[in-house]
Design a protein around this ligand. Structure first.
Ligand code: COA
Length: 214
């Protein structure tokens, strides 16, 4: 993939590097600007996902991800969406192996999250890393709540969310007695602690750097 590394100093633009269990070099970062051919590579990757993974993420049977569906997934409004991708370095290219996002709700106080990892990358702690980073960024943005819908039988996602402080609550759809279609979905919610913005910290760091005091 032609996505390239552009170091960033802002927290929202933070890039994390680590090695996977098989030694692969992985990188988690906000979605970089797309280059020609990237959407097609992502489409091929999505179409290689198992039926179970597709169902767990999209709650339905999706036989084929179209160009327009992928375009929509990768088109974000940075003021309302946050999309992290996990990339695997292969020579001078990077292949997508997963991602996570949240979308602000209209109330300006909460956001809904979703996570997706390729089948062979699940169960290695990458989902935990993604969800923690989403929570951090949502707090940094001053949001008060994160929530997400998960299939009742998706135990990995439920355990992961539970271990990071999410609780299952009755979703508005469940409150509707006729909402049979949503009977197998649970709604997970977690309150966020606002990360206090401390401008003096940045100013102190810049001062120390400028005068080589650190
Ligand atoms: C659900 C998903 C995001 C979890 O990410 P992951 O990287 O596989 O999970 P992690 O390795 O970070 O595991 C975190 C926790 O989840 C639980 N977990 C992970 N895999 C599990 C499995 N196969 N069985 C049971 N629990 C599991 C464990 O409690 C684990 O805790 P631990 O770190 O103490 O072992 C990932 O499996 C995935 O993308 N699934 C398909 C799409 C999906 O379900 N999306 C969620 C809907 S939004």
């Amino acid at each position: 993939m032609s996505w390239h590394i552009t170091p960033s100093t802002s927290r929202a633009g933070r890039i994390d590097h680590w090695r996977a269990l098989d030694g692969s070099r992985l990188e988690m970062r906000p979605l970089p600007p797309l280059q020609p051919g990237d959407e097609e590579r992502v489409r091929v990757w999505f179409n290689g996902l198992s039926p179970e993974t597709r169902r767990n993420r999209f709650f339905g049977t999706i036989s084929e991800f179209t160009d327009s569906a992928i375009h929509e997934l990768l088109t974000i409004d940075p003021t309302r969406d946050y999309l992290l991708v996990v990339l695997r370095r292969e020579g001078d290219q990077q292949q997508p192996i997963g991602g996570g996002r949240f979308v602000h709700d209209d109330d300006g106080e909460s956001a809904s999250f979703s996570l997706l990892l390729g089948d062979s990358w699940q169960g290695q702690g990458i989902g935990r890393r993604l969800l923690k980073a989403l929570l951090r960024e949502a707090s940094r943005r001053g949001l008060h709540r994160m929530h997400g819908d998960v299939l009742t039988d998706n135990l990995p996602m439920r355990r992961l969310a539970h271990s990071l402080g999410f609780e299952a609550v009755e979703s508005p759809a469940d409150a509707d007695a006729d909402a049979d279609a949503d009977a197998d979905v649970i709604h997970l919610v977690r309150n966020l602690r606002r990360t206090r913005f401390l401008p003096w910290r940045g100013a102190r760091r810049n001062f120390m750097r400028k005068y080589s005091l650190s």
